[in-house]
Write a protein that binds this ligand. Structure first.
Ligand code: C2E
Ligand code: MG
Ligand code: MG
Ligand code: MG
Length: 291
């Protein structure tokens, strides 16, 4: 029916398994064009320092502006790109665009780190370090400003040897972050050996922290683990004043989430950096929903 009615009937969400498979196939077919013809876009989401009371970081998050399907989220095409070997050109574009966007802000004196998500497939392809180095050189962004976010579940599952690749990236001077920490099959023993600077706690924990003593205990432990190992801990997915107050009281120093700032297009970055509402950080647990 959708076919008969033509483009006007294209829907954002597939209703049946067949439609979902069809949409996936369509996205896989169109993805090379997306990269070649400039259909990818970046949004940037702020990371807030609790003590500094300001925006300390921006995470680049990719979107696909598909000519017929509209805005496609990364969860729908990153895995396709990884399967088709397109993740390398895709992330090359992301690194170039993200560094070019943030370079003028750094030149203006904003004290920021730029976070980019990195697929382990890119690490395995063997060209991650040169691709990063090229983006840094082209934009003039200093390596210490760049944070590489690698999803922990994939990393922990991979065979040994990545420690070496991560170390190479660190010798470039970049900050290494474990993304979605706690979501996959985390090995704490492995963590002790991985050369990482930052842990990003998965947003599933943060979503359940409020009113769930067990999740609160886990988050407290991760914050303490970070302190002991000298690793910065970022909480992602902070959505409510209650979650914020609890994380602040647990000593989590870096926060990210819709409550503090949604991902925004580049043209809104200056407003986000100049206009951050520090009052958001003063959330009182007593005034918020039950704990
Ligand atoms: P991520 O790196 O864990 O990024 C955080 C995701 O959580 C983003 O989704 C962000 O929009 C969302 N988020 C942030 N704050 C909140 C909140 O308070 N509540 C909720 N419910 N969600 C929040 P997004 O942009 O859809 O990205 C999804 C994932 O796609 C990212 O997860 C990342 O793993 C991947 N991704 C995005 N860009 C790239 C890229 O350039 N390369 C690779 N390899 N992966 C990317
Ligand atoms: Mg990330
Ligand atoms: Mg991730
Ligand atoms: Mg995450």
């Amino acid at each position: 029916a959708a076919k008969a009615a033509g483009k006007s009937r294209v829907r954002l969400h597939a209703d049946t398994p067949d439609e979902a498979a069809g949409r996936r196939a369509r996205l896989a077919r169109d993805l090379p064009t997306a990269i070649e013809e400039g259909q990818l876009r970046l949004l940037f989401q702020p990371v807030i320092g609790v003590a500094e009371r300001t925006v300390l970081g921006l995470e680049a998050l990719v979107r696909w502006q598909h000519p017929q399907l509209g805005l496609v989220p990364p969860d729908e095409f990153i895995a396709l790109a990884e399967a088709d070997g397109l993740i390398v050109p895709l992330e090359r574009w992301v690194f170039g665009e993200a560094t070019a966007t943030v370079a003028p802000l750094l030149a203006e004196g904003f004290d920021l780190k730029l976070g980019v998500n990195v697929s382990v497939r890119h690490l395995q392809a063997g060209c991650l370090a040169p691709d990063i180095a090229r983006a840094l050189a082209a934009s003039g962004v200093p390596p210490q400003r760049l944070m590489l976010e690698i999803t922990e579940s994939v990393l922990m599952g991979a065979e040994d040897g990545f420690e070496g690749d991560l170390s190479t990236l660190r010798t470039l001077g970049c900050v290494i972050s474990l993304d979605d920490f706690g979501k996959g099959h985390s090995s704490l023993a492995r963590l002790a050996r991985l050369p990482v600077d930052v842990l990003k706690m998965d947003r599933d924990f943060i979503g359940h922290i409020d009113g769930d003593p067990r999740t609160e205990a886990i988050v407290r432990s991760v914050v303490e683990l970070g302190r002991t190992l000298g690793i910065d801990v970022v909480a992602e997915g902070v959505e409510t004043p209650g979650q914020l107050a609890l994380l602040r009281d647990l000593g989590c120093r870096f926060l990210q989430g819709y409550l503090l700032g949604r991902p925004v297009p580049p043209e809104q970055l200056r407003a986000v950096l100049d206009g951050f509402d520090t009052g958001l950080l003063d959330a009182s647990p007593d005034l918020t929903e039950s704990r």
